[in-house]
Design a protein around this ligand. Structure first.
Ligand SMILES: Nc1ncnc2c1ncn2[C@@H]1O[C@H](COP(=O)(O)OP(=O)(O)O)[C@@H](O)[C@H]1O
Ligand SMILES: [Mg+2]
Length: 265
């Protein structure tokens, strides 16, 4: 029975090839808040949906909180890979909820001005549905939430601290999507709103658009950080295949010597 307890400490995405980036027996520690970072079109939404598709099959309760696309678009996105979101929704394993950033902005402003910082601890930061207790949550995206804050960085920061605390206290494993024009760790001096979330998070997964000198393009992925887990520190190829989903190739490490020069965005 010891073995079972051990296995329960980690969550796997079920994405072909991705879980092999972890050392055997490792994965995403349960209850972790993991940032999913990458440029537009790099596959962040899809990575979140693919993970959910695998988890609901394991009878895990998953919540997709969308601050960008409406529910039907996400459902259609899943169906284009032959996944069955409607079935999972009917069985109570999946909830997809769309939020309007203007409403969020209004509610947050009201919440932050009504309460003192200390009092915020007990509040539900992003209006998690009361009738659905998820094991796993995807928030798509923190960047959209950030845009709901006008001007003041400190407010967004307080809000983020509260969100991370909420997820931790409720032992919810989460993917927090963050759209960045250029991966933050590659060394940009540009400080954007939401920089604080990097060190609040337990893990960071980065998705890349790879652009070769020849004009050829590829997708790639790496695990940049994962507290409490061992993983390979390599950027590897990833593919999005219609009707099939996401496939990661742990053996195909990006290699300038073999493939020519490229840029990562
Ligand atoms: N059914 C599909 N088959 C093949 N490629 C797809 C399919 N659906 C989306 N894509 C591609 O997947 C990429 C990633 O999409 P998405 O996950 O929405 O990106 P992000 O959320 O990072 O902006 C897009 O560039 C799109 O062209
Ligand atoms: Mg997206």
């Amino acid at each position: 029975m010891k073995k079972e307890g051990y296995e329960k400490e980690f969550m796997l995405t079920g994405i072909k090839g991705f879980d092999d980036l972890f050392e055997k027996g490792n994965g995403i520690p349960l209850g972790s808040s993991v940032l999913l970072e990458g440029g537009p079109g790099s596959g962040k939404t899809l990575f979140g949906l693919a993970t959910i598709n695998n988890l609901v099959r394991d009878k895990k309760r998953c919540l997709y909180m969308s601050f960008e696309e409406p529910e039907y678009r996400l459902i259609n996105h899943m169906k284009s890979f032959n996944w069955k979101p409607e079935e999972a929704i009917k069985k109570g394993y999946l909830m997809i909820k769309r939020f309007d950033t203007i409403d969020v902005s209004r509610s947050i402003e009201a919440l932050l001005s009504a309460a003192k910082k200390e009092l915020l601890i007990d509040l539900n930061p992003v209006f998690f549905p009361k009738n659905f207790k998820p094991d796993f949550v995807v928030i798509d995206s923190l960047s959209s939430i950030a845009s709901a804050f006008t001007g003041e960085d400190s407010r967004f920061r307080i809000y983020m601290e509260q969100l991370f605390r909420y997820l931790e206290q409720n032992n919810i494993t989460s993917f927090l999507i963050r759209e960045v024009s250029s991966p933050t760790h590659i060394g940009t001096i540009f400080q954007e709103k939401g920089e604080a979330v990097s060190f609040l998070s337990d893990g960071i997964i980065v998705l890349y658009n790879v652009i070769y000198e020849t004009g050829k393009r590829k997708s790639a992925i790496e695990i940049l950080k994962m507290r409490g887990s061992s993983f390979r520190k390599e950027i590897v190829e990833m593919r999005i295949i219609n009707k099939k989903g996401l496939i990661v190739y742990p053996e195909r490490v990006l290699n300038r010597k073999k493939e020519g020069d490229f840029k990562l965005t």
